[in-house]
Write a protein that binds this ligand. Structure first.
Ligand SMILES: [Fe+2]
Ligand SMILES: [Fe+2]
Length: 253
């Protein structure tokens, strides 16, 4: 399966947005554009930072804004959604609202007979080749780096376990530095990790990688293995969601 943003017919249409940072004061900002999403997309991916501080009240706003749509909604949490140390509560509110929440796990959708697998993780930082953290020295440094590595490993296992014709990688932190272009170079290690790209590239059949987190970054990048990467943070795409198309012209395994 190939990635194509130009054609429309015979494609799996993937809508995505991240970093909507909802609270009561912005409730309704996205909903008008979401009401007819079924005409434009087959699914909606939410790339984390759905709330501002990760409270249950804010999560209720997310469920109200993104629940009950005409297409399946699949989300992962971002760092903001962890701020109040209530990720389980936030997840429950979203799931009760009909949103599938992934964390080092996956789900498979049937889109007109095409099995589309989505695996997701928040991911974490650590940086990129030649300028990255390592599990060395103080316990705090080891813990920081270990968290990134363990999530990437579990995410990679979830991605490869998908029984699907095409796979989509959904993360909050970026797998590549290209989509961080516009952010200060000094904070790249807090915006993503090359370990996520390694996990994506280690799995055959990944047609698209979607992330958020980098509000001042750029939309487009590619993993070293050639998988298209899209930063869908709302401040980057500047609309309720972008739609990406995966060609459904399948080649026999
Ligand atoms: Fe954000
Ligand atoms: Fe974030």
């Amino acid at each position: 399966m190939t990635f194509d943003e130009g054609s429309v017919n015979g494609c799996v249409r993937v809508a995505a947005v991240g970093d909507v940072h909802l609270d009561a004061d912005v409730l309704g900002r996205y909903r008008p554009a979401l009401e007819h999403i079924g005409d434009k997309a087959d699914m909606l991916l939410l790339a984390g930072d759905l709330t501002r501080h990760g409270t249950a009240d804010e999560a209720h706003c997310v469920a109200e804004e993104f629940g009950g749509l005409a297409v399946p909604v699949i989300a992962i949490l971002g760092n903001h959604d962890h701020h109040c140390d209530q990720p389980a509560e936030v997840t429950k509110v979203l799931e009760d609202g009909g949103i599938t929440v992934l964390e080092c796990s996956g789900t498979v959708l049937d889109v007109d007979g095409v099995r589309v697998g989505v695996a997701g993780t928040k991911g974490f930082g650590g940086g990129f080749a030649g300028a990255c953290a390592s599990e060395f020295g103080e316990p705090e440094m080891k813990a920081f780096t270990r968290h990134s590595r363990e999530l990437a490993e579990r995410f990679g296992a979830a991605l490869s376990a998908l029984d699907a014709d095409v796979r989509i990688a959904l993360t909050h932190y970026s797998p590549v530095p290209e989509t961080l272009l516009g952010e200060p170079l000094e904070i790249y290690p807090f915006l993503g990790s090359y370990l996520l790209a390694q996990a994506i590239d280690a799995t055959p059949g990944v047609g698209l990688a979607v992330h958020g987190h980098a509000h001042a970054g750029s939309e487009r990048g590619t993993t070293p293995g050639g998988v298209p990467v899209r930063n869908v943070a709302h401040p980057v795409i500047k609309q309720a969601y972008n739609v990406y198309q995966l060609s459904s012209v399948l080649t026999p395994a």
